[in-house]
Design a protein around this ligand. Structure first.
Ligand code: IMP
Length: 174
């Protein structure tokens, strides 16, 4: 039995409604283009799966892995594993992230992907937690929800690998 205390912060209905709105905005902005949605493993997988099914444009999908967290703390360094097989050069790349916290992961991903010379590079995040930002170099083009400085799990987000499968986004007090 776990002693973790969970409380719903964003319900599955609220998430679904907002993901639909985001998909409409992305479809409008990329009309006539076929962007490459680069999903950051592992947390953004659920978000990506729901988002692409709401889009009205065709997209390519590929994956990249980035990790900076141990438990509920940022290590301060980012490990990137480029799992994608797509050619990034000259593509309209949209990074799909679960949550932007310190911003270090995004900054590292942006630097890394810029070296591959995409036609454009934008960032879409399910959650934005701006209170702990440690870099100014984050431009969030699409965001579903801005949340307070709480550790959250569910809908792909984990605590030490647990709770990704919760359908709602919950605050966690270990
Ligand atoms: P950043 O580099 O500090 O912006 O952290 C981004 C990464 O940290 C995310 O992709 C998550 O994997 C993890 N992270 C940050 N905040 C949370 C949280 O509240 N719950 C779960 N993971 C988080």
């Amino acid at each position: 039995m776990s002693d973790d205390h969970l409380e719903i912060l964003l319900s599955r209905e609220k998430i679904s409604e907002r993901v639909g709105e985001l998909a409409t905005a992305i479809s409008n902005d990329y009309t006539g283009k076929t962007p490459l949605l680069l999903c950051v493993l592992k947390g953004a997988v659920f978000f990506l799966a729901d988002l692409i099914r709401e889009l009205r444009i065709s997209v390519y999908v590929d994956f990249i892995s980035a990790s900076s967290y141990q438990g509920d703390r940022s290590k301060g360094t980012v490990d990137i594993l480029p799992l994608f097989t797509s050619d990034i050069r000259d593509k309209d790349v949209l990074i799909v992230e679960d949550i932007i916290d310190t911003g270090l992961t995004c900054a590292a991903l942006t630097d890394f992907l810029t070296m591959h010379e995409p036609a454009s590079l934008k960032l879409c995040a399910l959650l934005n937690k701006p209170s702990k930002r440690r870099t100014k170099a984050v431009q969030l083009d699409y965001v579903s929800f801005t949340i307070p400085d709480r550790f959250v799990v569910g809908y792909g987000l984990d605590y030490d690998g647990k709770y990704r499968g919760l359908p709602d986004i919950c605050t966690l007090v270990p």
